[in-house]
Design a protein around this ligand. Sequence first.
Ligand SMILES: [Zn+2]
Length: 416
Amino acid sequence: MPRPSATIDLERLKTLLAGVNSFGFDPATGGYNRPGFSGADLDCRTWFSAQMQADGLKVWSDGALNLFGRFGPPDGPCIMAGSHLDTVVNGGAFDGALGVCVALECVRAMKDAGLEPDRAIEVVATSEEEGRFGGMLGSQAITGEVTAGWIDGAVDADGIRLSTAMAASGLEPCHILDAARPAGSIAAFLELHVEQGPVLEQERLPIGIAEEVSGVCYLELTLTGIANHSGTTPMHLRSDAFAGLAELAGTVPELIQEHGTDQSRITIGHVELSPNQPHTIPGRAVFSVILRDTCEEVMRALKSGFVERAAAVAGRHGLSLETTERSWLAPVRLDADIAARLSELADAHGLPARRMPSGAGHDAQTLQGFCPAGLIFVPSRAGISHAPEEHSDWEDIVQGANLMLQALIDLSGASR
Ligand SMILES: [Zn+2]
């Protein structure tokens, strides 16, 4: 009797994800807490490693704590598939973890169907993707982008140094540098991830195939005026930093219309007013501006347009302006051939999919600098992520997972 063709076992996938999510669950909030290098993150990795060992994979961790499980030939370049196991504080059940579990389920499905890859498949659970220490430590260590200087300076929002967090778990920070993979050792990288946006749900499509990932510019602006009495200072004699900030924020839609695209996003997400008192005119506003687009030229135009507007507003309100660029992450175009192949496979297997950009950052964009990379999205309910309410429907997930399975069979040259 011929063996059945390879297909995702949804119940087995659900059980695997539930196993991952038994680590770091907070019953009080319903959220998950596995920040990179936390106890729950480490315990989860140990557990996942045992799962892969039980499946007969060759399992190891590198110096950055990326976890690998290799299926197929012991030597030669691999097709790597996976995502991250860490979460933000009070994160959701699907972001990252789903992609790791889907990659392992694909290997299990191939084994069930008696498929042997010609090129090895490596399941990866990258470390510290959520940027507790800034950046995407795990995937950047794999591609060799992490430097000793960066490791030395890396600190989280609570002032805990990366080296301290690693040493507390018996890990040597300098070993991160050993995680760099030799050129050519990864033939392709594939990641399945939740969309974290509303597009697929709105279009009632189970699968997105990402073509590009938006770049991110992080600016910090300071408007400085004069803090003064809210009763005695006439309105026309004020240098009110908040009034300036409010006027500036109001110009964002027009700025995007003038210089942006439908992929442009500008967010003023963090504001510190001082003295921040009800009866005092704000003398100072320090605020963050996160600016995104899939085209770097557009990002540059938006940045200079924003700073010009800030200067004009400052002039009108008698404020001084200071601008600091905290970081600039260029947009990334993912591999066109892989995206095309994913589309073909989706068509061939009756899996409804659309091409789309990614507004959020992912390991796939880091890997794209090292090898061809592809990114598959499944819908996020109401577009919500990084919160306990994060949810994806299993009937969508199983279709995205089956596309990943077909892609891995295809790219690894698997046969019976
Ligand atoms: Zn993620």
